[in-house]
Design a protein around this ligand. Structure first.
Ligand code: G1P
Length: 302
């Protein structure tokens, strides 16, 4: 196999309205909700950079400017902090090489496939990555890096997959698994939000993709799928058989930060993994979980 073209660009669909987190997301993009002290989008960008991504492409919409501001130089803040001799280290992850952050507006919410298609001019004829920031993937090696390493071996298209309970498959894209090749599984079919009885497996598409640019032509046909939306899953399904297509099981833990329970879980898990917070958070969590009347009262803020 010829050496696959490197993955230099990552597309982040961030135009969603975030209605599940209202009213928090009325005036603030859901991607800016923080897990402890980093907004969700920062985790996604950190993961992309670890995987060697150079260009970040945000598919945005109205009311999403805070995301772009977050990755801009904050001149007044930095000057004031410098004057007060405060370290600027916390801002380091927000710095982007000039020219390496691009935004494209998705003017109408026609689905994930449509959002990705909006990036076609920026992606051009290169393979590219897609990261859904709602899905927070935490591993010793980041999810996209694990995928880029696999891509160097097999090329083509890759998606990360996770096992979920059978009765949960209808909320996701689901793969039909084929032959195993070491850690990878060949993808022989893909279906978006199937009925439980019709699901080909319980392996779901978990929000990380490496795709060949041909997917853009398929998305350009604007065919509607599940929920009347233009689905990325349906476009990918049409690549199967024409190009290599593999699933990478993620070695790590996934938090569904598009749901409130998943968001709390991520916050707790990441706090417990931080040396500066772990002891305090563990103590508080145990106290809140305790059955004493005092613990119950304090959990209710009394
Ligand atoms: C999207 C994708 C779906 C994938 C899911 C992961 O669905 O369409 O294939 O499994 O993200 O979170 P959505 O959550 O936008 O409905």
């Amino acid at each position: 196999m010829a050496k696959p073209k490197p993955i230099r660009k990552a597309v982040f669909p961030v135009a969603g309205l975030g209605t599940r987190f209202l009213p928090a997301t009325k005036a603030m993009p859901k991607e800016m909700l923080p897990i402890i002290d980093r907004p969700l989008i920062q985790y996604a960008v950190d993961e992309a950079r670890e995987a060697g991504i150079e260009q970040l492409v945000f598919i945005t919409g109205r009311g999403k400017t805070a995301i772009v501001e977050h990755f801009d130089m904050a001149f007044e803040l930095e000057t004031t902090m410098r004057d007060r001799q405060k370290a600027l280290d916390a801002l380091a992850p927000t710095r982007i090489q000039p020219g390496n952050l691009l935004t494209v507006r998705q003017q109408v919410p026609l689905g994930l496939g449509h959002a990705i298609w909006c990036a076609r001019a920026v992606v051009g004829d290169e393979p590219f990555a897609v990261i859904l920031p709602d899905e927070l993937m935490v591993g010793k090696t980041g999810c996209l890096k694990q995928m880029v390493d696999a891509y160097a071996e097999v090329g083509g298209n890759l998606i990360s997959v996770l096992e979920v309970p059978h009765d949960a498959v209808s909320s996701y894209g689901v793969i039909a698994p084929g032959a195993r090749k070491g850690k990878l599984t060949e993808v022989t079919g893909l279906v978006e939000k199937p009925r439980i009885e019709a699901a080909p497996s319980n392996l779901i598409v978990s929000g990380r993709y490496i795709l060949q640019p041909e997917v853009m032509q398929i998305l350009g046909r604007q065919e509607r799928g599940a929920g009347g939306e233009i689905q990325l899953t349906d476009a990918m399904a049409q690549l199967i058989g024409r190009q290599p297509f593999h699933a990478v099981p993620f070695a790590g833990r996934r938090y569904d930060c598009g749901s409130k329970a998943g968001f709390v879980e991520a916050t707790l898990a990441l706090a417990l993994a931080r040396p500066d917070l772990a002891d305090d958070v563990r103590r508080t969590a145990l106290e809140l979980l305790g059955a004493t009347p005092l613990a119950k009262a304090s959990a209710m803020g009394c």
